[in-house]
Write a protein that binds this ligand. Structure first.
Ligand code: GAL
Length: 398
C-alpha cells in the first residue's frame, strides 16, 4: 500500500512539473509532499555523495553524435551525474542521424524511462517522439539545443546568443576597430548546422556586434557571403568548413588580397577553416580565427597561434544543472529562479528567449560562456577538466 501511495504521489508531482514546464504558466505551487532533492553543488566533474533517487527513476540520455568531441564529454558527465545520484540511465549517441535519434528515444520510452534528457540533432525532427513522451507522462529536458516542440518541459544550455557576441566583441577588441580610422579589415564567416537551433543564435550574436563595423566599411566581407544559409555548415562538419574556406580563398584571395579575420561559430568548423588557411592562404599575416567548445585540437592551435580564441562552455556544469533540474522535476518541486542557488553554478533563468512554437516560450536555465585565449588557458586546467603537458598543450581529462 505504502509503495502505491508513493507512486501515486510521484505521478501527481510529475504531472504537476510537466504542466508547469513549457506551458509558460507559473510553476505549480510547492507540493507539500515533495521532498527537497539534494541538488549537487559541486562545480567540479567529481559528483557529490550520491543522493538516493526519489524512486529509483530511470533517465534516458540522448546525445547527437560521438563524432563531435564535446558530446562524448556531455554524455559521460550526464551519465556519471545521474548514476551517482542513484538513477538508472540509458545513454545513446545517434550518429548525427535524426531518424536514428527518434528510434533511440522511442526505445527509451518503451524501456520505461521516467525523464528524458535530449540534445537534438535536428530540433524540428522530434515532434512524433516528443508527443509520445508527453502522452506517456515523461517530461523532457531539451539539453543544450532547443527542441521545437511545446511538450518540452525545460531547456538547459549556455546563453547561445552571448557565445556569438563574445566572438564578435573579441574581434572588435583585438583589432581595436573603434580606433581603426580609415583602415579596412577583410573578414569571412562560417556558421553552424542549420538544423541546430543554436547555430542561428551564435551567428546572430556575432553579426549583431560586427554589423556596425561592416556598415561603416571598417570590416569588409570580401566574398559577400553574410546570409546565414551561405555561411552555414551542415552537421558542423570540419571537412565541409574546410572545403568552403578553400573555395573562398581561391575565389577571392588568390590575388594577394589580405584576409584578416575568420569568425567561426565553433571549434569543429574552425579546425577546417584553419586547415584551409594553412594550406591555401598566400598571405603572411596571422588570421584571427574564433571558435567555441575548447576541443583539444583547437586548444593546440590556440597554443600554436593558429586559432586566436575559443568560447568555453563547462559542460560538466551543464550536466550538474541538468541533474538538479531533473531531480526537482521528478520530486514535483517548484521550478524557477529559486532553484538556481542550489546549483552552485552561475546560471540565469530565462522565460522569454526560447520559443518552441509561436508565442510558446520554454523556461530555460542558461549557463555563462567565457573567452579562452593562449593567455588564460590555466583557467581550463583550474576546472579540473583539462591537464597541461610539458609543451603547454591541454588534454581533456575525459
Ligand atoms: C552546438 C553546441 C556547440 C557546437 C555544436 C557542435 O549545438 O552548442 O557547442 O559545438 O553544437 O557540437
Amino acid at each position: 500500500m505504502k509503495k502505491k501511495l508513493l507512486g501515486a504521489l510521484l505521478s501527481v508531482a510529475m504531472v504537476a512539473s510537466l504542466l508547469a514546464g513549457c506551458s509558460g504558466s507559473a510553476p505549480a505551487a510547492d507540493d507539500a509532499n515533495a521532498t527537497q532533492a539534494e541538488a549537487p553543488v559541486s562545480d567540479s566533474a567529481e559528483a557529490e555523495a550520491p543522493a538516493p533517487a526519489a524512486d529509483g527513476s530511470k533517465i534516458g540520455i540522448s546525445m547527437p553524435t560521438q563524432s563531435l568531441e564535446r558530446w562524448n564529454r556531455d554524455g559521460a558527465y550526464l551519465d556519471e551525474q545521474f548514476r551517482a545520484a542513484g538513477y538508472e540511465t540509458v545513454l545513446t549517441y545517434s550518429d548525427n542521424d535524426a531518424g536514428k535519434q527518434v528510434n533511440d528515444i522511442q526505445n527509451m520510452l518503451a524501456d520505461g524511462v521516467n525523464l528524458l534528457v535530449v540534445a537534438a540533432i535536428d530540433g524540428e525532427a522530434l515532434n512524433t517522439v516528443m508527443d509520445e513522451a508527453a502522452e506517456a507522462g515523461v517530461p523532457v529536458i531539451a539539453y543544450d539545443r532547443l527542441i521545437m516542440n511545446d511538450a518540452v518541459s525545460y531547456y538547459v544550455s549556455f546563453d547561445n546568443y552571448t557565445v556569438g557576441t563574445l566572438q564578435g566583441q573579441f574581434v572588435v577588441d583585438q583589432l581595436d576597430l573603434d580606433n581603426a580610422g580609415d583602415k579596412v579589415y577583410n573578414i569571412e564567416f562560417t556558421a553552424g548546422d542549420p538544423a541546430d537551433n543554436n547555430a542561428g543564435y551564435f551567428y546572430q550574436g556575432a553579426v549583431d556586434v560586427l554589423q556596425p563595423y561592416i556598415d561603416a566599411g571598417t570590416l569588409n566581407v570580401v566574398s559577400g557571403q553574410t546570409d546565414f544559409d551561405s555561411v552555414a555548415t551542415a552537421q558542423w562538419s570540419t571537412d565541409t568548413a574546410l572545403e568552403r574556406a578553400q573555395n573562398i580563398l581561391s575565389s577571392y584571395y588568390a590575388d594577394g588580397t589580405q584576409l584578416d579575420v575568420w569568425v567561426c561559430s565553433n571549434d569543429s568548423t574552425a579546425l577546417g577553416v584553419a586547415q584551409a588557411i594553412t594550406s591555401d592562404y598566400a598571405g603572411s599575416n596571422t588570421v584571427l580565427i574564433t571558435g567555441q567548445d575548447g576541443d583539444e585540437a583547437n586548444l593546440k592551435n590556440v597554443v600554436d597561434g593558429i586559432q586566436t580564441m575559443t568560447v568555453y562552455k563547462n559542460v560538466s556544469n551543464e550536466s550538474i544543472v541538468t541533474l538538479a533540474l531533473a531531480q526537482a522535476m521528478l520530486n514535483g518541486e517548484e521550478i524557477g529562479e529559486s532553484l538556481i542557488p542550489s546549483f552552485g553554478i552561475d546560471c540565469a533563468f530565462d522565460t522569454e528567449s526560447y520559443e518552441t512554437s509561436a508565442g510558446h516560450k520554454c523556461p530555460s536555465f542558461l549557463l555563462v560562456p567565457s573567452v579562452i585565449t593562449k593567455d588564460n588557458l590555466q583557467e581550463l586546467v583550474d576546472t579540473g577538466l583539462y591537464t597541461m603537458d610539458d609543451d603547454g598543450y591541454l588534454h581533456a581529462v575525459q
